[in-house]
Design a protein around this ligand. Sequence first.
Ligand SMILES: Cc1ncc(COP(=O)(O)O)c(C=O)c1O
Length: 439
Amino acid sequence: MVTSEACQYRNVTTTPLDHARQAFADRHPQSRLQHEMARTVLPGGHTRTVLTHLPFPLTFAAGEGAVLTDADGQQYIDLLGDYTAGLLGHSDRRVLDAVASALSVLASAGGIHHHEVALAQLMCSRFGLDRVRFTNSGTEANLMAITTAMMFTGRQKIMVFHGGYHGGVLYFASGAAPWNAPYDFVIAPYNDLDGTVGLIEQEGDQLAAVIVEPMLGSGGCIPSAPGFLAGVFAAARRVGAVCIADEVMTSRHGPCGLAALVGATADITTYGKYIGGGFSFGAFGGTAELLDQFDGTRPDTGGRRAISHAGTFNNNIATMAAGEVVLGEVFTADAAVAHTARGEEFRGHIETVLDKHDLPVSVTGYGSMMSLHACARAPSTPHEAAERDETLQELLFLGLYQRGIYTAARGMINLSLVVTDDQLSTALDALDDCLTELS
Ligand SMILES: Cc1ncc(COP(=O)(O)O)c(C=O)c1O
């Protein structure tokens, strides 16, 4: 019999954090039951490590617009936006109708269909790609981007950044996780251009690729410093390494992603999250020279075979049809520019609220992605972010949750397109109230 910490939440409360966890557990009896049941078949009670928090993650029953309803019937303004995948909010009719209509004509082709080509055309023209290939997740997209670079260069080493996250098996929160895919990684310091260029020069012709997020997403919404990305890519090119921008989260910024906004051009860019409109999605795209290695119809050149990239659901009809609506109708380049500006404005409002309180809480981010940190100064490196006060961070998360505002336990906020101005101002009031209590 598996026992959970959640099951033990009948202890005498001692600290403010114990009290907050106990109050949370008491307020959500149905979620607690669900969690206890789930733990008997799912390790930890679910299949997404990021959702883990004490006393237990809630079970959600419904979502409409930017509002989530939990198993106990309580409602939350959803400021998490499913870690950027939920850009359209809940139950967007245009996406649901397009998927239903596509599936009613052809559900599972085991062949080519027009939705795949249409989405590829939208992605190439929007993001300036020669070619693109679809995967089922951002993790897969990054694994394939790394493969592309290794096959192209004939080299083995992959430069990543401390604090970076490129998927479950490409995890560098504090060094390389022991469960990572077994590549030969070189870990560079994010936002330290001199240090990174030094490492690139040291690795020289061993380096196949540099993979980097234009803003650390999971690492705390820490934007790249001015000139950092372009400087890293220039140094990588000098040693013949392939430059990979991981825009799985950040392609939502500006008309064609964050790398372009910070003046950097990658050879391969990876995508995921919101583009699938709620369905599993990933993609990697870039120059014809690199991507045409996947063209199985090309004659072998110099003994080099085409790279195989199979995947039963790579071109699944639901995702392809949803993606067409997302990029073609809902999240156009103009909509993306407006949403980025709206996010910048909201982060400014958060700063104003934080300034009213004498608590070590700060906010970082860019556009519609941001993160609250229990740090007195807004961190600009993963090391600074790691110095946060863990207890205060958790109290803030639980305090906002209790006030009907859903964010990530680690403080992340991603605005959806459907969140209203009223909901945002309710969230700011909740933050203000929560900080007053914590003071
Ligand atoms: C920057 C980045 N790359 C890759 C991934 C992995 O994407 P997925 O969860 O779809 O595998 C994530 C997921 O959070 C991410 O934030």
